[in-house]
Structures are given as C-alpha cells and as structure tokens.
Design a protein around this ligand. Structure first.
Ligand SMILES: *[C@@H]1O[C@H](CO)[C@@H](O)[C@H](O)[C@H]1NC(C)=O
Ligand SMILES: *[C@@H]1O[C@H](CO)[C@@H](O)[C@H](O)[C@H]1NC(C)=O
Ligand SMILES: *[C@@H]1O[C@H](CO)[C@@H](O)[C@H](O)[C@H]1NC(C)=O
Ligand SMILES: *[C@@H]1O[C@H](CO)[C@@H](O)[C@H](O)[C@H]1NC(C)=O
Ligand SMILES: *[C@@H]1O[C@H](CO)[C@@H](O)[C@H](O)[C@H]1NC(C)=O
Ligand SMILES: *[C@@H]1O[C@H](CO)[C@@H](O)[C@H](O)[C@H]1NC(C)=O
Length: 397
C-alpha cells in the first residue's frame, strides 16, 4: 500500500501535464467569408456560416454513388486529420468507392472558427450541421443527400444528434462510440488488467478511481477534469497508447506533423485556406468539457433504429472504450433483443485467409468488431477496416 501511495504521488506532477496539448484558435477579427472554391477538378473547399461560427470543409468527388460525411471526435479534433491520415485520397482512399465530405464540425475545429465561448449542446451542433449542409449544396452546386455519416468516440454524440434531426442521413457509422460513459469507464480497469498492462495493485487503485468517477457521473458532475486518472493509466502502463494497447506511440504527434504540413505553402497537400489549420482545438474542447462524461440518451438511438441503418464498429484494443463497454451498452439498448443478441451468432469475416472481423446484425443495427486494431484503426491498418466498411455499405444498399 505504501508503495502505491508513493507511485501515485510521484506521478502527480505528470498527471497535470496534458498528454495531448491542444491549441486555442488564433484570434481572427472576423469570421472567414463563406465560399466554395474548386481546388482541382475533383476537390472543393471553403467555409460555411452557421450560428456558432464558420465551418471549414474539404470535399472530394470520388467513384460510386455513396455520399460520406466524416466528422471527428475529441471533441475538437479536426476531420481533416481523418482526411489526410486515415481515409482521404492521400491516405486510405475511401474515395475509391464514395464521395467524401470532411466537415470540420463543431465550428472551430480544423480551419474553421467559432465566435462563441458558451457551452454548446449536441442539438446546437446538429442545427449547425443542417445549415452547413444546405449551404454546401447551394454554394458548391452539388446534391449531397442520403448521407452516410461517420464519426468516432465523442463524435458519436454529434452524429446521433444530427441523425435525430436531419432527414438526409441514411446511415450512421460509429467507431468506438463514447456514449454510455458509466458502462464504459466501469470496464477500463479490468480490461487493462486482463491485457496485462497494469498489475494487481494498480487494478485496485483504478477500480477505486472509477467508483469515484461513476459517483460523480450519477450525481450529474460530468466534467472532463474528473478523469485525471487516465493520464496515470497511461504512465503506469508504461506509456502504452490509451487508444491501442499494442502501440506505444502518441497519436497526437502525427497530428502535430499534419498541422505543420497543412500550414506550409510548400507542402504537397497545401490548400490555400485563409485561416491557420488547428488539428486539436482547445476552444471547441472547452465548449463540451463540462458534459464530457454525460451519458447519452439511449432513446435517440432506439428511435433511429426504426428507420436508419446504424453500424457500431469496435476496435479490439481500445483501452478507453473497451469492447466489453460497448457490448454492455448494446445490450442496454434493448433493440430486437431476441433476434439480435440471443439468436444470431457472430459471423466471421475473412480477408486473404486472415480473420479480420466478427459481426452480427439485427434489423437496422449492425455490430462489427475489427480484430487487431485500436481506436485509430483507419490510420494503423486502413486495409482491413476499409474492406469491412465497404462490405457493410454494399450490404445495406
Ligand atoms: C457568429 O457567426 C454567425 C455566422 O455569421 C452569426 O449568425 C452569429 O450571430 C454570430 N454569433 C455571435 C455571438 O456573434
Ligand atoms: C484506389 O484505386 C487506385 C486506382 O485504381 C488503386 O491504385 C489503389 O490501390 C486503390 N486504393 C485502395 C486503398 O484500395
Ligand atoms: C459552462 O458550464 C459550466 C458547468 O455548468 C459552468 O460552470 C460554466 O460557467 C459554463 N460556461 C459558460 C461560458 O457558460
Ligand atoms: C432529438 O430530437 C428531439 C426532438 O426533436 C429533441 O428534443 C432532442 O433535443 C434531440 N436530441 C439531441 C441530443 O439532439
Ligand atoms: C512516459 O512518458 C513520459 C513523458 O513523456 C516520460 O517522462 C517517461 O519516461 C515515459 N515512460 C516510459 C516508461 O517510457
Ligand atoms: C494494403 O493494400 C494495398 C493495396 O491493396 C497493399 O499494397 C498494401 O501492401 C496493403 N498493406 C498492408 C499493411 O497490408
């Protein structure tokens, strides 16, 4: 016990240091003007004005009829991170089967700027999306509808709020969704222990920390501040990525390099936006940090499952949102329970003689576990995740 106290106190300084430094957006005297410009024959970019600021976007006309919109999680992470490092034409090439719109939502991520510091609701973000989408169609003279909306972790809240509002969403794809915070955090210590990245003493410590956090959540205190133990989890596990127990990298370093490259006019992928590119916006994070651990209302997904396809795809090695947390949440949704969970088995998905995924489907809901990946799967291993996603999208048309 003495030893544990020692460990905890000697790491106390590190806990306060942010793992993923974020940036306040540079001050602009005015929001950038609204426009849609052609960058080349297949790429358009610009800004869209919404009640909470100016949203930036990059659009690629791809092959096929699908219309994908990608927004990111964080909150505050730019969707251009997914564009350039994960699934865009210069990375995983989802444009080989779909049109792609990378919308920097909420306003203030990426090249975009927000003009408010107030706390935002998910519904306000959904209103911003709807307005932005209308403007995108008008200014860029495209007809982007029947959208397949993808997002990750915290971004699941934005995606579901948008689908709750907007009729033009045909399907929602959520990677490691951070929705049922109570069920998720309860699974973290055991998951880390079973994967061998923390020892028994540390397990006891983290279980206590999680009980404290769960009490806070039950009492309506959802602040991000309540989770300082995540940083401790990182250090005590020997700096193993919280997003992937098989990796020791800090993913934010890739994002810093991207930020540097996109702000450099000599870079190959430079697009002449008027504003500086910010990969992780502290300004936007602050708009949501007080509700970070708020459990998201299951009624919304229950309602959506009456008429929209929802794909929940889970990585195997995410320490922050472990597969068992997602599975517990899926059971609590109570959707076609007999059919979906008790009668159907997981189906194996192979590629080149390798087992790459396991999935099951009931009605409009599909659950897919992507093996040998972490939360940042489209960056780590875009081949297998893309095959699985493509297979899914073909099967719902
Ligand atoms: C922020 O900008 C939007 C778009 O121009 C505008 O509608 C809104 O009123 C502005 N909000 C504030 C607080 O200035
Ligand atoms: C996308 O298509 C191009 C041209 O057909 C091909 O060279 C490339 O390998 C494809 N990318 C992926 C990720 O399948
Ligand atoms: C945001 O919400 C928190 C917690 O309810 C409150 O303390 C804070 O003052 C709010 N911020 C703004 C800018 O309203
Ligand atoms: C979902 O839609 C309902 C009814 O339109 C609305 O009251 C609610 O705030 C929405 N929820 C979110 C999270 O956007
Ligand atoms: C973990 O990261 C911290 C801060 O970057 C560093 O000081 C420490 O030496 C690292 N520990 C290990 C085991 O790599
Ligand atoms: C991914 O697929 C591409 C094209 O099919 C191939 O060239 C590449 O080697 C694959 N990468 C991995 C890590 O399997």
């Amino acid at each position: 016990m003495f030893c544990l106290i020692l460990i905890v106190s000697c790491y106390a300084r590190l806990i306060l240091q942010d793992l993923e430094d974020m940036k306040y957006q540079p001050e602009e005297s005015q929001l950038p003007k609204q426009y849609c410009k052609n960058h080349d024959s297949k790429t358009k970019y610009g800004y869209l004005h919404v009640p909470n600021g100016a949203i930036s976007f990059i659009y690629y006309q791809g092959e096929g009829q699908q219309n994908i919109v990608y927004i990111n999680g964080g909150p505050g992470l730019s969707s251009q991170v997914s564009n350039y490092l994960e699934i865009g034409p210069h990375s995983g090439q989802w444009n080989n089967f779909s049109n792609l719109l990378f919308m920097d939502l909420p306003a203030g991520t990426g090249y975009g700027r927000t003009n408010t510091t107030k706390n935002l609701t998910y519904e306000e973000v959904a209103i911003d999306y709807e307005i932005a989408m209308n403007e995108f169609n008008n200014l860029c003279k495209v007809n982007y509808k029947d959208v397949i909306l993808f997002s990750t972790d915290f971004g699941a809240r934005f995606a579901l709020a948008i689908a709750n509002r907007s009729k033009s969403i045909k399907c929602v794809g959520l990677l490691d969704p951070f929705l049922d915070t109570l069920k998720i955090v309860a699974e973290i210590p055991n998951y880390a222990f079973h994967l061998g990245v923390i020892d028994y003493q540390e397990l006891i410590y983290f279980e206590k920390a999680v009980i404290k956090l769960s009490d806070d959540i039950i009492n309506g205190d959802y602040q991000h501040e309540n989770a300082k133990f995540f940083k401790l989890l990182y250090y005590l596990s020997g700096n193993i990525s919280l997003y992937n127990v098989l990796e020791q990298k800090l993913y934010s370093e890739d994002e810093d390099k991207l930020e540097y490259a996109l702000n450099n006019p000599d870079s190959l992928y430079y697009i002449p936006f008027e504003t500086e590119f910010v990969a992780r916006s502290q300004t936007v994070f602050d708009q949501f940090k007080y509700n970070y651990f708020e459990p998201f209302d299951n009624n919304i997904i229950q309602h959506l499952l009456n008429h929209k396809n929802i794909l929940i795809y889970q990585s195997q090695f995410d320490m922050l949102i472990p597969p068992s947390g997602t599975m517990q949440w899926l059971i609590s949704i109570n959707y076609e329970l007999d059919d979906f969970f008790y009668q159907s088995q997981l189906t194996k998905q192979m590629k080149d003689d390798q087992l790459i995924g396991l999935w099951k489907r009931g009605g409009y809901l599909e659950y897919l576990i992507v093996l040998n990946t972490g939360q940042v799967m489209h960056r780590d291993n875009h081949n297998t995740s893309m095959s699985l996603i493509q297979y899914y999208l073909e099967s719902i048309i």
